[in-house]
Design a protein around this ligand. Sequence first.
Ligand SMILES: [Fe+2]
Length: 480
Amino acid sequence: MGKQQKLKEVPLGAVQAFSETSVDALEVYLPNKNATGNAVLYSGSESGTTGIDYRRLQDVGVQTMLIAVEDLASCEEALERELGNLMLDPTVEPQKKAMCAQQVGVNVARDMLCGGNPAADVDRASGLFDSLLTGMLADPAVATSLLAMSAHHRTTASHLFAVSVLSMMLAQEAFGGNEKQMHDVALAGMLHDLGKTSIDAAILNKVEPLTADEINLIRQHPVESIRLLGGEANVDVNICRMILEHHERYDGMGYPVGVAGDDISIGGRILAITDSFHAMIGRRDYRTALTPVEALRVMRAQVGKQFDPSLFAAWERVLAGGVVSEFKPVLLNDDTDEVGTGYHADHRKAKKKPPVSRRSDRKPIHGQLHMACIATGTLKRNDVVRELSHYPVIDLSRAGACLESIAPMYRGEVVSICLNTGGASQWLRGVVRWCRRNATADHRYRMGVQFMHRLAPEEAHSRHPVVAMMSNQDALMPAG
Ligand SMILES: [Fe+2]
């Protein structure tokens, strides 16, 4: 490489957007440095080539490239302008779409926090979520990629964007993909903590206990957010209400007003969940990050107090349905009695302590059980209600079941199963872990469903007639 450049990593989509919309050739470097520690110029005047083979780079798994810092601003502008087209481009991988949206989201949030021009920033954020919504609805893998990425970004700007994305996903789960609701809650997610920019950072990051005055000041930040937006930005009144109410609690003990229950806007209740969750899994100066499972455990204790119970149930479904490793349901250890969904964020930990093999307690039960499938939810949450059909159960253990079906199910699909044991029915929630064509029977599939709730040891080996497997719609679940 020629002159020494300060380089910055950007998504491949940003480079592509720039080169498609600008006549200027960009100097692009490969993401990995060579043996001498220098970046290798891939394309640019000094390399002798100015073309970029995106397909080939994508095929070999390249997601980001390096560009000179001085080219960053124009490259990011191009990406933001072209995001809508990029989201609809079927040749672009969902992970790349997610990375590009993340890049634009963080840029918009960062500019917003710098307090330049609220009206323009709101328009930019609104455009971003229009594009993102289109991309997410066209391909659910974009959403799951964003869910994975939300676990890794830790700046204030990335927190705002992550809260937006998580809120969109929760709104999608709770309202079956009402696009206006999803867009509005995402925009509110981006703007909800704008008021904190008026508070001294020393107070926000204070490790020692806050004084009563400082607490009062912080408690005014939702009102301050509205004030900052009020003058210039044309923000819908519903969005303002969501922002105002993001620290209200379901039991009425929240702030700044103290409204309770359904009197809090749905968006406010959604933001309360997603903001708390993402704040807990992020590291702060005064505490370490919780793992997603720890955060969920803490939050479960607050259901009905801080959080709306039905929205929280939807939130657990969002995380359980995430087919990304960061939120993958894991087996609970044998030595815990705890019943519930397990999540882990750290593969290294999981490797050190592998899940206990369930092979030993599995019992083949060919031809003895059937599950009647009434409906199943797919990753496109609201589009499939399958006909009633019976699924033979191949085996059943405390951890899960292997079923046979004539239609495939998708990895990550959440199912509810009713086991009828001696007249008493027990409802279990499970996640489809794998599905493959059965080699010995044409046109049939076998799939593994992992239970999120444990069976009692005696239940795993007894012969349960399994009466129903239903979608992840709580309306279909029995009370209690
Ligand atoms: Fe807040």
